[in-house]
Design a protein. Structure first.
Length: 67
């Protein structure tokens, strides 16, 4: 059975705009799922990744693929 290990990096709060994260968030690219828009409640706070946040996600995925 193959075993895979990858470091989990913290997602700094300043890497997300428009929402306040109350708990520590982590970058876990293996947990990225496609979520149907109809399942998202519009009443929940939402935000978006900053340019640095997108770079962090891209670097993490790249590191997973190359390791």
């Amino acid at each position: 059975m193959p075993y895979y290990s990858h470091d989990v990096r913290r997602l700094p709060h300043e890497y997300v705009d428009g929402v306040e994260l109350r708990k520590t968030s982590y970058v876990m690219p293996w947990a990225i799922y496609t979520i149907p828009l109809s399942s998202i409640r519009d009443t929940l706070p939402s935000g978006e990744l900053t340019r640095d946040g997108l770079g962090l996600i891209a670097d993490t995925i790249d590191g997973m693929i190359r390791s």
